[in-house]
Design a protein around this ligand. Structure first.
Ligand code: FAD
Length: 277
């Protein structure tokens, strides 16, 4: 794992108690020496301050951290101001996204897609930021076709993204196919695999429906068969996700990005399985 990119994602806590709990989680995860931590950004700017505060808190402890930044519902002016703030705090990497507006929220804003955001960040700040964008091995749920989605992914790279992180998936072949297709388009940026540990069946099904990630039938049936037996769900989840990670790294994935859900245990267990430490 030392030679790979290994990052861990948090979401900004909503309360002082949540912030304290996240500090403890992060200190546990910092022992794994990740390349960096990232912190999500609520579309429409709802977590703007929380995202920045969490990133600064992580940096104050001496760890690299990257805010996510989503453009939907935002103005150029508000993003310009945020980028300035990031620069003033010495933040050098970003995860740039379109985001998803909650239903009932106003218009899309001035930058409609992530490629427009990446272009704007480069126009405003040159090469200051290392920019990562999202990729979808199983296709973004709103894309018209896989080909269309690939073209849209390419736009983000041509606009200046340095690397990509995928939506989570449990089907390694989807990832390898996606990477092959991207390489055939002449795109060489690293495509880090997004990894969602499995710890809770109901939550996993809900998230996966929302973001279009497929849970293989055999995994779904097996998880369902455990009912409320949380220990068995976690043990099986650890086996499935660790094997997936091993396959991805053996097949050339340049790194793993863990959707930690602000929890240390599952990510740590997978990491230990992978490194044998
Ligand atoms: P885009 O790349 O803009 O794509 C969105 C859709 O539009 C796709 O279907 C694409 O095919 C299509 N499209 C793209 N460009 C064009 C174009 N120029 N013309 C026509 N169609 C186009 N969400 C948050 O709100 N906050 C976060 O912090 C956050 N972090 C994430 C981190 C990762 C690693 C990932 C994978 C996702 C994250 N998301 C986050 C979710 C993300 O915002 C959603 O998946 C969102 O629906 C799409 O964002 P995107 O940046 O991929 O959008």
């Amino acid at each position: 794992m030392e030679t790979h990119n290994f990052s861990i994602e948090f979401f900004p806590p909503k309360t002082p108690e949540g912030a304290e709990k996240l500090r403890a989680t992060r200190r546990q995860l910092a022992e794994l020496s990740p390349t960096y931590f990232s912190v999500t950004f609520g579309a429409g700017g709802s977590t703007q301050q929380g995202t920045l505060d969490t990133v600064l808190d992580i940096m104050a402890d001496g760890h690299p951290a990257a805010p996510h930044l989503s453009c939907i519902g935002a103005t150029r002016e508000s993003i310009r101001a945020l980028l300035k703030q990031f620069q003033q705090h010495g933040i050098r990497r970003l995860v740039a996204l379109r985001g998803d507006l909650p239903s009932g929220y106003g218009g899309a804003g001035e930058l409609r897609y992530a490629n427009e955001l990446v272009e704007f960040i480069r126009q405003e700040t040159g090469d200051w930021f290392h920019i990562e964008v999202a990729a979808y091995p199983e296709m973004h749920p709103q894309a018209r076709s896989p080909q269309d989605d690939l073209q849209n992914f390419a736009r983000k790279v041509h606009a200046g993204a340095n690397a990509a992180i995928t939506q989570y998936f449990y089907n390694a072949d989807a990832y390898f196919q996606f990477v092959d297709n991207v390489r055939k388009m002449g795109i060489e940026v690293p495509i880090v695999a997004g990894i969602m540990p499995i710890t809770n069946y109901t939550q996993l099904m809900r998230f996966s429906d929302m973001c279009g990630a497929e849970i293989p039938r055999w995994v779904r049936l097996k998880l369902a068969s455990f009912g409320d037996d949380s220990a068995s769900i976690k043990a099986f989840g650890l086996d499935v996700v660790s094997s997936l990670c091993e396959r991805l790294l053996a097949g050339g994935a340049p790194g793993l990005h863990f959707y930690s859900m602000n929890q240390a245990v599952a990510t740590t267990a997978i990491w230990k399985r992978l490194t044998g430490k």
